[in-house]
Design a protein around this ligand. Structure first.
Ligand SMILES: *Cc1c(COP(=O)(O)O)cnc(C)c1O
Length: 349
């Protein structure tokens, strides 16, 4: 094979999806690769992965595997709505800003009703306001609410906040969906069980992210209200999300869940974010834009300084949450964090 430019191999903090595949996921892929298996999900790995989710979540939920988060969110929301319904979300949510209209597309038109927010969190008041704003025939009828846990800016809803949201959802007859692209980081951050974070707090459907947690590809969609999952398999197939070699989407989950890597990876990433934030503290000209509650750090700094860091070869995003975003993954190397901080201090000295 042709070698790849060294520069491309150095760790960066632009996104947790820059990272590779963790050993637990890779070993499970290898194990699933030892022979033949039935296609389209009718295989032992897929059954084992679904059972591992039911065990982890302490409930008999319906489990599906899709390729990515956009599909997981869009298809899950589509299954909660008719085309004339609407979905309440917040203005910073991935479904609104980063899915190219896929939630509306896959639901045949269910409109997103967008609530303004300061920190990317939906509040019961904001939900209530949008739910009662109109009730005439000319407006799409609110039917679902989606929250991102942790939010796009790395904030974690507490259990109390989630319970207050699900109470208002129940009052207005709205289903509650959770975009958990970084669900594991939220569990690690709060130190609470997956069950407490979801169905015990009134969440009906969860999209559990595998990619950013250390897998090559794949998200799981968990329906705690099994009735909402009717025909979900057909929805996935029509959307081009039914993997024929499904075992390679599901086996990594067996590795992640049975070994506990899902939580270990998230804990490491969260620890790295905290380490980074601690090193930044007190550096002149930079300050934390958000409290660090999961695996991201958002920094406020002059554009000139950020530009210099980019020129020095550091990758980080500046288009999310109005600040410079640094993301940490299962394999983030403390030495690279230290190296970045040395460069930052050199630039600000
Ligand atoms: C990464 C991410 C997704 C999934 O994105 P895909 O690129 O479609 O896999 C969904 N929601 C949030 C909050 C994300 O950060």
């Amino acid at each position: 094979m042709t070698p790849i430019d060294e520069r491309e191999l150095k760790q960066q903090f632009a996104s947790d999806n820059y990272a590779g595949i963790c050993p637990e996921a890779r070993m499970a892929m290898d194990a699933a690769n030892r022979g033949h298996a039935t296609a389209y999900g009718d295989d032992p790995w897929t059954e084992k992965a679904a059972d591992a989710f039911r065990k982890l979540f302490e409930t008999d939920c319906e489990v599906y595997f899709v390729f990515n988060g956009t599909a997981a969110n869009s298809l899950a929301l589509a299954s909660l709505c008719q085309s004339y319904h609407s979905v309440i979300c917040c203005d910073q949510s991935h479904v609104e800003t980063d899915e190219c209209g896929a939630p509306e597309f896959f639901s045949n038109g269910s409109k997103l009703l967008v609530a303004p927010s300061v920190d990317g969190k939906l509040t019961p008041d904001a939900i209530h306001e949008l739910a009662i704003k109109r009730n005439d025939i000319h407006y799409p009828k609110p039917r679902a609410v989606t929250v991102t846990q942790p939010t796009e800016t790395g904030r974690v809803y507490t259990i109390e906040e989630l319970r207050a949201i699900s109470a208002i959802c129940k009052r207005h007859g709205l289903s509650l969906h959770m975009d958990g692209a970084r669900f594991a980081n939220a569990c690690a951050g709060l130190g609470c069980s997956p069950a407490d974070m979801t169905w015990r707090s009134g969440v009906d459907v969860l999209c559990f992210g595998g990619t950013k947690n250390g897998m090559a590809v794949g998200e799981a969609v968990l329906f705690f209200d099994r009735g909402l999952a009717a025909d979900f398999d057909y929805r996935c197939k029509q959307a081009g999300q039914l993997a024929s070699k499904m075992r390679f989407l599901s086996a990594p989950w067996v590795g992640m869940l049975e070994s506990g890597a899902w939580l270990k990876n998230a804990q490491h990433a969260n620890d790295c974010a905290r380490r980074f934030a601690a090193l930044i503290e007190g550096v002149q000209g930079v300050k934390l834009a958000q409290p660090v509650e999961a695996n991201s750090v958002f920094l406020q700094a002059e554009a000139e300084l950020l530009e210099r860091l980019h020129e020095m070869g550091w990758h980080f995003y500046t288009f999310i949450g109005g600040a410079a975003r640094f993301m940490f993954a299962w394999d983030s190397d403390p030495e690279r964090i230290d190296a970045f901080c040395r460069d930052l201090k050199e630039c600000t000295a």
